[in-house]
Design a protein around this ligand. Structure first.
Ligand SMILES: [Zn+2]
Ligand SMILES: [Zn+2]
Length: 730
């Protein structure tokens, strides 16, 4: 009999294997198996069993072993991973690999199994040793571990296997672990009484949970409006009804307070699932969920594959966050999979955001998602006052040119004078974003990427933010030999330094990827800030996420409009989201908040809308642009990047890709390109891309799939990146 196996290789097809009789009994769809593949042994998943016999003349290998330490994938997980493969255009095996924790090295042994047809009586009378072994196997119930046989008997076993009397089957030892009777759980803790606004939203949401059917909702409310309490109430209601809950957050490291809150509210029911867990702990967590010991999973994007059964609610907090999209194959978006999974399991989806993605808000505005408005901040705290500072005036005013405007300085002085705290956002790390030659005007570029290198003064390294390249600062210009080089643009290090000089009595710290590299550094910074040991934190977008510090009354934003200039159709959306989020950090306690935004183009509509925190006006404006240019969410988009160290080959292959797409499109899709990607070279590989758009999502994905398959060997698959619903086109 044959089984179709999904193998984690980048080939979009299944592979057929012969199933040895000894393994057939334990086989089912979803079972993990070890199979020979191109000279190696890989772990794959049986997805069809039994499957059709392969065509004549094709050499068929046998399944080598069943992997017993990993429980089989459920039917719903098979369905979800198959969707991922077909929609994001990867192999089913790759999708399954992304859905499961990395396997732990299992212990295996080889079993000698007597085949049913083997009758010792048919052996020649002189073959006493062979007959002896067959009889011994019979007495042992048909099988014995090879390792328990004497070396001479092992040789005989192999000879019998060659004759087809016995088979040698690799068997994985089941992971030990006695079943523990779960202790009775303490009851969930009651939460605070909902505010009238929360109660109003819950009145709409609870009937949907009671109905037990697929129902997507968008919980739209300003930062600080109390969305978390709505999630927790909905979770409590779902658990009470005996169904399970999946609660997704963009990054687990940024939510220590949330973890504590959820664990206290639902004692003994919560499991954390994210890729940052050590391998073994991740397996243990996964198994507790798989066994039904834990019914509430809090996790990051990969937790969308959590093996919860009878799922009743999926919460996707900060649904607009880019972390939900995986940057490597399979390039899935956990937020979008939430809809797919909820639909097949009859669950309620609850997206939450103060600044929803264009995609989600469009669904809500068209009535596909129920829009739940959570009006006002908690306890009617007013939105912060926002001032926009024109940095051109600052430079015109002459004197010392600095990253921090006079207005921001004044406000910071007042804030610190009152003993309050401030957050300063500068969304670029390092000291200077480039080193410029005053003579020839060249910037120092990375040797492998077409981007300027960033000067990090803290450890005196020039670094490329696209690859790992770094080196000391050159004395003079690498292009013309003149010097000294000028520092261009200020990163977090320089802003921190400026503020330390200006406010020598204040405690100022920096929070970015460089300063939080060491384990626990991030949490320590937040704890010290919460405890009042730090007055000001200067940081990248890390500071905009999820913190609730009641004594923060001032937020400053340096170069707020810089990201608007990026050649990416989501530049305005991202800038608006970041500004709105960071502004929302000001005045979350009883003290009123104030925001100072510094920009070179202060009249830019996006800045003004962000200052007013007017999401809907922003959406209306932005959706018209997207419609005019036929970009998502009006059209579906697939981006194909061709990359290779050889520039000529990239150009040639990109033409082939575009031609194949145009042929497949038959004029029904918009095919743009090929053209150089905005970042033309990364890690020594040249990059050209083709964008394909269409109103119909399914047709688009199928056409791209067919075009890529049709390229055959003319373009190596490893030179292609296919990104369905890309978040960035840089
Ligand atoms: Zn130069
Ligand atoms: Zn580089």
């Amino acid at each position: 009999m044959y089984a179709a196996v999904a193998v984690p290789v980048p080939v979009r097809r299944l592979f057929t294997y012969l199933v040895p009789t000894g393994l057939a009994a334990g086989l089912a769809a979803g079972v993990r198996v070890r199979v020979p593949f191109a000279g190696r042994t890989l772990e794959g998943t049986v997805v069809e069993w039994p499957s059709e016999a392969p065509e004549e003349g094709v050499e068929i290998k046998s399944v080598a072993a069943l992997v017993r330490s990993i429980p089989p994938l459920s039917a719903s997980m098979l369905e979800l991973t198959r969707f991922v493969a077909d929609y994001y255009l990867c192999s089913w095996g790759e999708a399954i690999a992304a859905a499961m924790p990395a396997p732990l090295p299992g212990r295996t042994r080889t079993m000698v199994r007597r085949l049913a047809a083997a009758d010792p009586a048919q052996l020649s009378p002189r073959a006493t040793a062979r007959r002896g072994l067959l009889e011994r196997l019979g007495r042992a119930g048909g099988a014995l571990p090879l390792e328990e046989l004497a070396p001479s008997s092992r040789k005989i076993a192999r000879a019998l296997a060659a004759l087809g009397w016995v088979e040698l089957v690799e068997e994985e030892l089941a992971a030990a672990g006695p079943a523990v009777e779960p202790a009775p759980l303490p009851p969930p803790a009651p939460g605070p009484t909902p505010t009238p606004a929360q109660a109003q939203v819950l009145e709409q949401l609870l009937p949907a949970l009671a109905a037990g059917e697929y129902a997507p909702h968008l919980l739209f409310g300003a930062t600080g409006s109390g969305k978390t309490e709505v999630y927790l109430r909905a979770a409590a209601e779902t658990l009470e009804r005996g169904r399970s809950v999946l609660y997704l957050v963009p990054e687990i490291g940024l939510t220590p307070l949330l973890i504590a809150k959820i664990s206290a509210r639902f004692p003994g029911r919560t499991e954390l699932l994210h890729s940052g867990l050590p391998r073994r702990r991740r397996w243990e967590a996964w198994s507790r969920v798989r066994n039904g010991e834990r019914r509430l999973v809090l996790g990051t994007r990969s937790a969308i594959f959590a093996p919860l059964d009878d799922l009743g609610l999926i919460v996707v907090d900060e649904e607009q966050d880019g972390s939900y999209k995986q940057a490597e194959t399979p390039r899935y978006n956990g937020r979008d999979l939430a809809v797919v999974r909820a639909r097949s399991e009859g669950a309620v989806v609850l997206f939450g955001s103060a600044t929803p993605s264009m995609e989600t808000f469009r669904h809500a505005s068209l009535g596909r998602y129920t829009l739940l408005r959570l009006g006002g901040r908690i306890e009617q705290r007013p939105l912060p006052d926002v001032e926009i500072v024109d940095m051109r005036d600052e430079y015109r005013a002459g004197g010392e040119v600095t990253a921090v405007s006079r207005r921001l300085r004044e406000r910071l002085d007042e804030c610190l004078g009152r003993g309050e705290q401030a957050l300063i956002l500068r969304n670029r790390r390092g000291w200077a974003s480039a080193l410029l030659c005053p003579e020839c005007g060249e910037r120092v570029l990375c040797e492998l990427c077409s981007v300027a290198m960033t000067w990090h003064r803290a450890d005196e390294r020039l670094r490329c933010h696209y690859c790992a390249a770094e080196h000391p600062r050159p004395e003079c210009c690498p292009a013309c030999g003149e010097g000294p080089l000028r520092e261009l643009g200020e990163g977090t290090e320089r802003v921190e330094d400026t503020l330390r000089r200006d406010f020598p009595d204040a405690t100022i710290e920096r929070m970015d990827r460089d300063s939080t590299r060491r384990k626990g550094a991030h949490a320590r910074l937040l704890r010290r800030f919460a405890g009042g040991e730090i007055d000001v934190i200067v940081g990248t977008q890390m500071i905009a996420k999820g913190h609730d510090f009641p004594r923060v009354t001032l937020v400053g934003v340096i170069s707020a409009d810089q990201s608007l200039g990026l050649p990416d159709f989501r530049a305005a959306e991202r800038t608006f989201q970041l500004l709105t989020q960071v502004a929302g950090r000001a005045g979350r306690g009883e003290l009123p908040g104030r925001v100072v935004v510094q920009a070179f183009d202060p009249e830019h509509a996006v800045l003004e809308l962000a200052a007013r925190q007017d999401y809907e006006a922003f959406f209306d404006r932005e959706i018209r642009y997207r419609a005019a240019l036929r970009y998502p969410p009006i059209a579906a988009l697939v981006r194909i990047v061709v990359h290779d160290p050889d520039e000529g080959r990239v150009a040639e292959w990109a033409e082939l890709v575009a031609a194949a797409l145009r042929e497949e499109a038959q004029g029904k899709l918009i095919v743009s390109g090929p053209g150089p990607a905005p970042v033309e070279r990364i890690r020594g590989r040249y990059r050209r891309h083709v964008l394909v758009r269409s109103a119909g999502r399914r047709r688009l994905v199928e056409a791209v799939d067919a075009a890529v398959a049709g390229l055959g060997r003319r373009v190596p698959r490893s030179a292609l990146q296919v990104d369905v619903d890309p978040l960035s086109v840089l």
